[in-house]
Design a binder for this molecule. Structure first.
Ligand code: HSE
Length: 445
């Protein structure tokens, strides 16, 4: 067996890159005991020379030169972004380097091309750190649950968003304030709109859905809604009704009435019952619930962002690769397929459009304090075959307003019907504002 050290180039020394360098300094012995082979950083790609990096590691801003070096076996891409990172990763693959990356945006949007190129060149691209920070969810789905048929998964998969929602709910803190703290703590994306508009969660959901169902990556088909429109008022009403609002990603197989199989891919704020475990996942923590046959429901929990959690996932991939390289005498790494299933078996099950999706709803209406208003609203709902689960009518929140807030929770309904009903409700003279709607899921099925 070849026992020379495995050599890494770390590209990008931001929060995560710095975390990886530190982790290797702190836990190298533990990792070497596991791999039986030394792991060494030989290069770092960084724009500015860093004085806190050991002097035996070469530093350079010329990434395309680094990935061609003979003393690099694995390129660890931690720069983020979808332009330079893509160019550098594709070039590294061409030069026969294995890749470890935390770049969910890049893989969700260009992963099909990158994985095909890696397969063609006999190298592997590992991406445990791309989803849910320190939770080894990629390994769980690709390996731990490999004997199962996965029916659905639902997860809190953006740490920044969950941190913001938790602080707003528990401490009544201001959105912008909490976001600034998440940025300072290194949780947020370079562009934090990715976190708060649900784009980061959609990237991660894209990856999870592909390895759960064996379908190509299809980021452009994910329905995506963020947390920016959630108000204290809705958080309070949800609480009174026994629910919490969480930003969740759902990937779900469904058999349509036509008999066709379809897949729902959606990220959005969701009311879930207070007592379910996911409702109690707070702060920067992530959690993913997976429903699979025959194992049933399983749940995975841990830190979703931050240097330590993400570095842990990055190095787990490196350790996996080092073991595989050791076993195969440095030839092609014999790891699991990139998207869990053999590439030629990926199927093209249709991703459902948003109006075909089925969820429960929380609706908040602002209505005039007139006789028969509720009767009109419930008539419209019943005409659209929408079944009401609960109604909460509150007194006006200030004495000057004659409008009343009415909260209606409805059972799961196809979104097309909900859209029709909301349009009719908003057209009523007695309804004085746009209907606020937040999806609702009991997480039972
Ligand atoms: N911005 C991401 C989050 C980082 O907050 O979850 C981890 O992917």
């Amino acid at each position: 067996m070849n026992n020379r050290p495995i050599q890494l180039a770390i590209l990008g020394l931001g929060t995560v890159g710095t975390g990886v360098v530190e982790l290797l300094q702190n836990n190298l012995d533990e990792m070497t005991r596991r791999t039986g082979r030394e792991i060494k950083i030989t290069h770092v790609g960084t724009r500015r020379n860093r004085t806190d990096i050991p002097t035996d590691i070469k530093q350079s801003a010329d990434l395309l030169a680094i990935i061609q070096q003979d003393d690099v076996d694995i390129v660890v891409e931690l720069m983020g972004g979808t332009t330079t990172a893509k160019e550098v990763i594709l070039a590294a693959i061409e030069h026969g380097k294995h890749i470890v990356t935390a770049n969910k945006a890049l893989l969700a949007e260009h992963g099909n091309e990158i994985f095909a190129k890696a397969d063609a060149n006999g190298v592997k691209v590992a991406y445990e750190a791309a989803v849910a920070g320190g939770i080894p969810i990629i390994k769980i789905l690709r390996e731990g649950l490999a004997a199962n048929k996965i029916d659905w998964l639902a997860g809190i998969i953006n740490g920044t968003g969950n941190f913001i929602m938790t602080e707003m709910r528990d401490k009544k803190r201001d959105f912008a304030d909490v976001l600034a703290e998440a940025q300072a703590l290194g949780y947020a994306e370079a562009d934090p709109t990715f976190d708060v508009e649900g784009i980061d969660a959609a990237h991660k959901l894209t990856l999870l859905a592909s390895i759960a169902f064996g379908i190509p990556l299809q980021f452009d088909k994910v329905y995506c809604e963020g947390i920016t429109k959630i108000t204290q008022q809705d958080v309070r009403y949800a609480n009174e009704l026994g629910y919490r609002i969480k930003h969740l990603g759902f990937a779900k197989r469904r058999i349509l009435d036509s008999g066709e199989e379809g897949i729902e891919l959606r990220v959005h704020p969701t009311l879930i019952p207070k007592q379910v475990l996911l409702a109690n996942v707070n702060g920067v923590k992530n959690a993913i619930m997976v429903d699979a046959e025959p194992v049933g429901q399983t749940l995975y929990y841990g830190s979703g962002a931050g240097a330590g959690a993400t570095a842990s996932a990055v190095m787990a991939d490196v350790v996996d690769m080092v073991r595989a390289l050791a076993e195969t005498n440095d030839s092609t790494a014999n790891l699991v397929p990139h998207l869990a299933f053999q590439p030629e078996t990926l199927n093209n099950t249709r991703i459902l459009s948003s109006d075909e999706m089925i969820t429960g709803y929380y609706l908040r209406l602002q209505v005039k304090d007139d006789l028969g208003v509720l009767a009109e609203v419930t008539r419209i709902l019943s005409e659209s075959k929408i079944s009401i689960d609960a109604i909460l009518q509150q007194p006006a929140h200030d004495d000057t307003s004659t409008d009343l807030p009415v909260i209606i929770m409805v059972d799961p309904v196809v979104e097309r019907n909900m859209n029709e009903a909301i349009a009719k409700i908003e057209a009523l003279d007695t309804v004085t504002d746009k209907v606020i709607r937040i999806r609702l899921d009991e997480l039972m099925q």
